[in-house]
Design a protein around this ligand. Structure first.
Ligand code: SF4
Length: 262
């Protein structure tokens, strides 16, 4: 049973710090956005057009952790503050979803125009992939309209064959400069930029390439064009969420000046 430790409310949702029965910390987010922000491809951006943030009947997103802590230790990620890590079980992942639903008894996810589980909080999903797959299976049984969105750095040897239909992949690329990417994501056993560009899935949606650009040298339109066919990939530019780890690595606020709401 996960225990709530504290929470922080934002304009469009809440972030909860939870703890496993054996004392490991994790976080889960509960956010919402107006439905029009889903059309990022058609509009080339997904910024809010006004102060109306919508509610959970429009786009409802639950960001779950797959691990407590993370061995990857990206230079911009606050998870690096935790010395230990452990994989979460499938039930601990499903329980995060149920925890958020229990906090919102007035909303029915089956009635939301979009109901999405983002595997984007603590942990690299593909280092705990069997538990993630089992959690997806269990969540699918209960919420047939759900969409799963799995974010990975691209672990060597990953099997992407289960990424199909209502499951979509996001790849944390961050820099098109290999040396810089290796510094930002100091995990040896990962796919090269060229190998990432060869990933194909059978998802209803294109694979997202996420670029949290630290500086302008991280962007290279020639390489982007060379490796990532727009038929299969959607490019997303994200701001850095400054935290003590990103600040200790002198990463500043990054190239994108907009802010994530949560
Ligand atoms: S893989 Fe994800 S959770 Fe792990 S350190 Fe990198 S950004 Fe953080």
């Amino acid at each position: 049973m996960l225990k709530e430790v504290r929470n922080k409310t934002f304009a469009n949702g809440v972030c909860y710090a939870l703890q496993t029965e054996d004392g490991y910390p994790l976080e889960v987010t509960d956010t919402f956005l107006p439905f029009y922000t889903k059309d990022a491809i058609g509009k080339n951006q997904n910024k809010l057009s006004d102060y109306d943030l919508g509610d959970r009947t429009e786009r409802w997103m639950i960001g779950v952790s797959c691990m407590s802590g993370c061995p990857v230790r990206c230079k911009f990620c606050a998870t690096g503050n935790l010395k230990k890590y452990r994989n979460l079980t499938a039930d601990e992942i499903v329980e995060q979803v149920e925890f958020i639903l229990s906090k919102n008894p007035d909303y029915d996810p089956k009635k939301s125009r979009e109901f999405k589980i983002n595997y984007t909080r603590m942990g690299e999903p593909f280092l705990n992939i069997e538990a993630v797959k089992e959690a997806i299976f269990k969540i699918d049984q209960k919420y047939p309209n759900v969409h799963h969105y799995i974010s990975t750095i691209g672990i060597k040897g990953s099997d992407f064959s289960f990424i199909k239909d209502n499951i979509t992949l996001q790849i944390s690329l961050h820099s098109l400069d290999t040396e810089k990417r290796n510094w930002l994501i100091p995990f040896y056993h990962k796919l090269s930029i060229e190998e990432l560009g060869q990933i194909r899935t059978k998802s209803n949606l294109k694979t997202t390439i996420n670029l949290t650009l630290v500086d302008t040298n991280d962007f290279d339109i020639v390489k982007l064009n060379q490796y990532f066919d727009p038929k299969y990939f959607f490019i997303k530019l994200s701001p850095i969420n400054p935290n003590s780890v990103s600040e200790s690595n002198h990463l500043g606020n990054g190239v994108i000046k907009g802010k994530n709401l949560v």
